[in-house]
Design a protein around this ligand. Structure first.
Ligand code: GLY
Length: 566
């Protein structure tokens, strides 16, 4: 009997000693002790975690995951788009890098208008003129130079291998390639290898990116010059000439990512650290968090009519500020101090009524029918020392401008549409803008990307962000409140249904099935117009638990993402 008990004890010990350090538990996402990467593709998360296991730090893993996403998630992952990174190091130092695209030197204010001053449909969205000078690769090079521990070539190599060896498409990826097929054919003057003529792409099909592998090898071998000069720059310039685009080799050679000081504010006992302009996301998020301090959301509950009414009233005021005051700080004096002054926000929010939506003759109903093609991607990385990187990267629409550089194998962004192409005219997200975000040569277009880190009592608490165009800000806002006010786990906070208001159009976008009819009726009685939408955002986030473990949460109901750790 004693022997049996001893054997049983040994068996239990053996089972526990074999437990991986990363695991999933009910209601929680992936738990890990030593490091975690949460991204929109399992293969990219795996690349990042392998880099951590090899002794790389969170910066190395961020760069490796970024390049892996450019291969396995080309709908938004990129080498010819933009990237914003907010970091918090183990010693509490914070910073950010801005790898946002710039308008080419030949760009001008009215470049998307006809002779009568009307916006030419789709010109800022599809094809070569829609492309901004890419910034993401330079941001990665700079970041690795400053923080990287492993060799540059070692953090890019896994992406090259994925591109050369191929990988299997998920159902969603096959569908997005099929959906874009006709546009790929219309926009490009040659046959793209991602266009299948024999049949549609299907889940499980193997896909290769051989030209992209060569472009990545040039970046591996020559750093920023491997993209902004030499063969890749030649290929981009040639592609531009072919399609009547205006980016030149000089535009590429002159591009520089910029280190910027993050915006910060207090929310209860937390410090929120986010991306400064040219992102609108950080300032808008911080305004929302300041406004939220004064309401009993915890008591009201998450999808309660009073909560939704109050949060969307806060959002309407913040997005009105966004439209007027936010743009590239190198070209426009953004009144950041005023917008982040708690007194300013308090006064501005004082007009919120608890029973009625604020009437405003300046608010007109817009007509955004769908926010489907908002393909940006966010990922979050932490390492065992507690360094945290929050990064959002984008081509803007899915597959950007739909232009794939001939011989380069990568898509070009369509970020010019993030400028206000004409004052007061809505862009693809239904967002309007004015002078602050008007097109000027070499200026950066306004973004909503909101990579964010939360600190509590001087310690790392959360790393969070999302794609979704203008809906990024409200998605990040809700996920944060879900944890901070509604006491959800990271995974519950990410899974929870979402809603969005951006002032114009004057509607609440509500995820399908989010609220029962009774809540809907109460909101309608307050004057709100509600429109249903399939999904809002795709969050990849990490929470540091009180016991020091990390909980990674990917948006499993809205994407193919994966939070992996060890
Ligand atoms: N293109 C999406 C954003 O930067 O907000």
């Amino acid at each position: 009997m004693r022997n049996q008990f001893y054997l049983f004890f040994l068996l239990v010990l053996f089972i526990f000693s074999c437990q991986p350090t990363a695991q999933k538990t009910a209601n929680r996402g992936t738990l890990a002790k030593n490091g975690l990467v949460s991204s929109s593709h399992p293969l990219a998360s795996e690349v990042g975690v392998n880099i951590l296991k090899k002794g790389g730090n969170a910066a190395d893993a961020t760069v490796a995951t970024f390049f892996a996403l450019s291969v396995v998630y080309p709908v938004a992952g990129n080498i010819a788009g933009s990237a914003f990174v907010v970091y918090r190091l183990k010693d509490g130092q914070i910073g950010s890098i801005d790898g946002r695209e710039k308008a080419p030197a030949k760009a001008h204010r009215d470049m998307f208008l006809d002779k009568d001053g009307n916006v030419i449909k789709d010109l800022s969205l599809l094809g070569h003129l829609a492309v901004g000078v890419p910034g993401s690769v330079d941001a990665m090079v700079e970041m690795h130079k400053k923080f990287g521990k492993l060799a540059w070539k070692d953090v890019i190599q896994p992406a090259i291998e994925l591109a050369n060896n191929g990988f299997k498409l998920t159902k969603r990826e096959a569908e997005s390639l099929n959906r874009a097929k006709e546009q790929f054919k219309k926009i490009n003057s040659y046959s793209l290898h991602v266009v299948r003529e024999d049949r549609s792409w299907q889940e499980g099909d193997l896909i290769f990116y051989k030209d992209l592998a060569k472009a990545l090898e040039r970046i591996r071998d020559s750093g920023r010059d491997g993209f902004y000069k030499g063969e890749t720059a030649e290929l981009i310039a040639k592609e531009m000439e072919k399609g009547k685009g205006i980016i030149t080799k000089e535009d590429l050679a002159n591009y520089k990512a910029v280190w910027r000081t993050p915006v910060t504010t207090a929310y209860k006992d937390c410090k929120i650290i986010s991306m400064p302009p040219p992102s609108s996301g950080g300032i808008a998020l911080l305004q929302l968090m300041q406004g939220s301090e004064n309401y009993p959301f915890t008591k009201w509950g998450q999808l309660n009519s009073q909560t939704i009414h109050t949060m969307t009233e806060l959002e309407r005021r913040v997005y009105a500020d966004r439209a007027t005051h936010l743009g590239d700080p190198d070209f426009y004096k953004v009144p950041s101090e005023m917008l982040l002054n708690p007194e300013y926000n308090k006064k501005r929010n004082a007009s919120i009524s608890p029973v009625q939506k604020t009437l405003s003759s300046a608010i007109k109903e817009g007509n955004v029918k769908s926010i489907e093609s908002v393909e940006t991607t966010h990922f979050s990385v932490v390492d065992k020392e507690g360094n945290a990187f929050s990064i959002t990267t984008t081509l803007n629409s899915y597959f950007g401008s739909k232009v794939m550089v001939e011989g380069g194998g990568f898509f070009l962004n369509n970020e010019m549409d993030d400028f206000s192409v004409k004052a007061g005219v809505a862009n693809q997200f239904g967002a309007i803008g004015g002078e602050a975000n008007a097109i000027i040569a070499n200026k950066r277009m306004l973004s909503s990307m909101t990579p964010t880190i939360v600190e509590k009592n001087g310690k790392l608490l959360m790393v969070v962000g999302s794609p979704g165009g203008t809906t990024i800000i409200t998605t990040v806002y809700q996920v944060m409140l879900n944890v901070l006010a509604h006491k959800m786990t990271m995974q519950e906070a990410v899974n929870a249904k979402r809603f969005h208001h951006q002032w114009q159009p004057d509607i609440i976008l509500m995820e399908k099935g989010a609220i029962p009819d009774s809540v809907k009726t109460r909101l309608q009685n307050m004057g709100h117009i509600i429109s249903e939408i399939g999904g809002l955002g795709k969050v990849d986030a990490i929470l540091r638990l009180p016991n020091g473990m990390y909980e990674g949460a990917s948006d499993l109901n809205r994407s193919d993402g994966a939070a992996l750790g060890y």
